[in-house]
Design a protein around this ligand. Structure first.
Ligand code: KG4
Ligand code: ZN
Length: 357
């Protein structure tokens, strides 16, 4: 059974064809990085416009790359939230039109469930399936959420961020220091070149639910560190570098980033990883997890991957391509719904704040 899935919740227009919930026949992602990069973050109006431009060719090439004709598609899956409502609407409206025109069932998928299923799908394909109950950490630019995942794909929220998401903290710190957007990948590349003990950040102390996260204190601590120093000229040099070259090499970044700033980045990354993993470990123990799933854009982080591998129970990460937003994960999450006949009708709405549990 083949599902054609569409994802447009943020700044990536994506379509994919996935067979039987585990064989990715195609996964096409049109990124809007070049549109939003110069603004230091996603501009919602521009995102909707770019989705409108990209959606038809992206879906067409997903079908072509999968050598799949309309008569081989069994259902259309689409992200209905959470996300930017204007962005969601583009994918949702197109998916509904296709379902109507081709008389195919429509399946609405929660974006966060998609991130979790990216890992479940790849673990099945690799022959090392996720074991349940599983502990899932979804960590991206919009989420830092911990869930208990059961065998039949039910979710219980164990903790979430009370302010910024971890990816958002990366993006804000990078923007402050002139590293452009998104911040995660560049900080990740530079962090191994700095001293992770250079700056002693304090870990967040949570009142109430100890499994909740907070990254705003860390962000403010970075801001104070920067304000206490005269960094204007090095920040200006980095902005200049980005103006001339939107994708600088590691050497080019290192040439405009002195050891003190590299130490700050390394210490920031070490602190984020520590905040994430101490709650992963505590919650995995609390629910007696048989495996851990770490997914979402920040799951690309090499420091996080390295540190998490040392833990127990076994940790499953998505491949780099399926860590950030894509539509293959939406098809994967839709497959059990297709088997259960959980279809949406044409009243399916875009829900900016849709929750999973
Ligand atoms: O899942 P995603 O593509 O979109 C959301 O649903 O938010 O995640 C994007 C986020 C951005 O905040 C980006 O800075 C972060 O993931 N990110 C990383 C890395 N790659 C992407 N953060 C840390 N290290 C990385 N290597
Ligand atoms: Zn995402």
């Amino acid at each position: 059974m083949r599902i054609l899935a569409i994802e447009s919740s943020c700044d990536e227009t994506a379509a994919a064809v996935v067979e039987d919930g585990r064989i990715v026949l195609s996964s096409v992602v049109a990124s809007q990085l070049d549109t939003h990069g110069k603004y230091g973050g996603v501009v919602p109006e521009l995102a909707s416009r770019e989705h409108l431009r990209a959606i038809v060719p992206v879906v067409r090439s997903a079908l072509e790359q999968a050598s799949t004709g309309w008569n081989q598609v069994d259902a259309i899956a689409v992200t209905c939230g959470p996300g930017l409502v204007g962005s969601l609407l583009v994918g949702l409206t197109y998916a509904k039109s296709l379902a109507l025109a081709r008389r195919l069932p429509l399946i609405g998928v929660n974006h966060v469930e998609g991130h979790i299923h990216a890992v479940i799908m790849e673990s099945l394909a690799a022959g090392v399936p996720v074991e349940y109950p599983a502990l899932a950490l979804v960590v991206s630019g919009g989420h830092t959420h911990l869930f208990e995942v059961s065998q039949d794909y039910r979710y219980r929220l164990l903790g979430k961020t009370r302010d910024d998401a971890a990816g958002e903290a990366y993006d804000k710190v990078a923007k402050l220091l002139g590293f452009g957007y998104p911040g995660g990948p560049v900080v990740d590349r530079l962090a191994p070149h700095g001293d992770p003990k250079a700056v002693a950040f304090t870990l967040a102390k949570m009142k109430g639910n100890k499994l909740d996260f907070s990254f705003s204190g860390l962000k403010t601590a970075v801001l104070h560190w920067v304000e206490a120093r005269d960094l204007q000229s090095e920040i200006a040099r980095r902005k200049e570098l980005l103006r001339n070259n939107p994708r600088p090499s590691l050497e080019e970044w290192l040439a405009v980033t002195p050891p003190t700033t590299l130490g700050l980045l390394a210490s920031f990354q070490r602190t984020v990883i520590e905040e994430l993993l101490r709650r992963v470990n505590a919650s995995a123990e609390e629910i007696g997890a048989h495996s851990v799933i770490i997914s979402g854009g920040v799951a690309c982080n090499s420091g996080l991957r390295l540190a998490a591998k040392a833990g127990y129970p076994p940790v499953h990460f998505p491949s780099a391509a399926l860590s950030t937003d894509n539509a293959a994960m939406i098809a994967a999450a839709a497959f059990p719904k297709l088997l259960r006949g959980e279809f949406a009708d044409f009243t399916l709405a875009a829900q900016a704040n849709l929750t999973l549990a």
